[in-house]
Design a protein around this ligand. Structure first.
Ligand SMILES: [Zn+2]
Length: 364
């Protein structure tokens, strides 16, 4: 049942980015419509009309959440990150990137864009409230007021310092820049996320059981449950990966020799292997990483003379893990080295495999 509710569906594709929701959104849709309809009902005696207006307001709220995420995606694009998908959650959702931000500064800019958009929407709806109060349209004023308030709450809630909320992302980037291990920073901020979500659930229970605010209470509980689920999954993922060695998830290396010319690489290797990063070896010795983007930048008249030795990035510590390292170590490098792939090297320097972000997802 839970598995079915968690299955995702694609709502729309905006600028090539799929926007997904999971089936738990149906609960949120019904609940939010009920909350808004109940408020409208107090001003308007027609039940059906109240439900329709409640549904319209809820759709505007969903649109606001989407704009929050879209703001993340737009800034991410400006910062040179590729957005794979946007998954909407009632508390704001997640924009997933092909590679996580490389610097704390980028992470900060991308993270802050969402709450900034929500603040702007809260102000916009507040402006509409002023106009509609002037026009003395009670129901419209109420709906606009609720939209302004919910956007403000989304902005503030997302600034709380618990991963995967936006505030938690900033804190994680900060801890990482302060010299903490990325996995450690993820677990620490994920724990903050768990504490915040339990706080939301308790707040919801108090609202419902003590104050009699059933709908608002249930809403807080649902948001808390969503967040708790995401934070717990992230911690579990990193935690379990600390106990798994890289050799259980790595792919065998594609044999790419450093004395191969760029021309032969393009003619013979590339058609056989659809990858964006290749590990280069001399004999079985790991030499460096060949990045397809770099190859594309080489003028074609140099392809015959140039060898991969000159086209690759020479091996550096962020390009490889040792075979006895954990999957968590590999993940932390993959997320931070900017090429989304690491080589796996044996104790005596032999290239034995490679791991990319895609392998980790399949493994998780
Ligand atoms: Zn956000």
């Amino acid at each position: 049942m839970l598995r079915l509710l968690k299955r995702q569906m694609t709502l729309a594709t905006v600028s090539g980015i799929p926007v997904r929701v999971d089936h738990r959104w149906i609960l949120v849709l019904i609940l939010m419509t009920a909350i808004t309809a109940a408020s409208i009902q107090s001003l308007n005696q027609h039940l059906f009309g109240s439900i329709i207006l409640g549904l319209a307001a809820t759709c505007l709220f969903f649109l606001s959440i989407f704009l929050h995420e879209y703001a993340h995606a737009v800034v991410a694009k400006i910062e040179g990150l590729r957005v794979v998908e946007i998954v909407l959650h009632p508390f704001g959702g997640l924009a997933r990137f092909a590679h996580p931000p490389e610097t704390a500064r980028t992470e900060f800019r991308v993270a802050i864009a969402g709450p900034a958009a929500s603040f702007a929407l809260a102000l916009l709806f507040a402006g509409f409230v002023a106009v509609s109060t002037y026009l003395k349209t009670d129901i419209l004023t109420l709906i606009l007021f609720l939209l302004s308030l919910t956007n403000l709450l989304v902005a503030i809630f997302n600034l709380l310092p618990g991963y995967p909320l936006d505030g938690g992302r900033v804190l994680r980037a900060y801890l990482w820049k302060q010299g903490r291990d990325l996995n450690e920073a993820t677990i620490l901020t994920g724990r903050c996320g768990q504490v915040i979500s339990i706080g939301m659930i308790v707040l919801g229970l108090v609202l419902a059981l003590v104050q009699g605010e059933y709908f608002m209470g249930l809403w807080a509980v649902i948001i808390g449950a969503f967040l708790l689920d995401s934070a717990t999954a992230i911690i579990r993922e990193v935690g379990s990966e600390e106990n798994i060695r890289v050799d259980s998830v790595m792919m065998l290396p594609v044999p790419v020799s450093s004395d191969l010319t760029v021309q032969r690489f393009i003619d013979e290797v590339l058609p056989m292997h659809r990858r964006t990063v290749f590990t280069v070896a001399a004999g079985d010795r790991f030499m460096g990483m060949l990045i397809l983007e770099d190859v594309k930048a080489i003028p074609s008249d140099r392809w015959r003379a140039m060898t991969l030795q000159d086209a690759m990035r020479k091996h550096a510590s962020e390009h490889f893990v040792r075979i006895e390292n954990s999957v968590a170590d590999a993940r932390s490098l993959i997320e931070s080295n900017g090429i989304g792939t690491v080589a796996v090297v044996s104790d005596d320097g032999r290239l034995v495999g490679s791991i990319s972000a895609g392998n980790l997802r399949k493994h998780a």
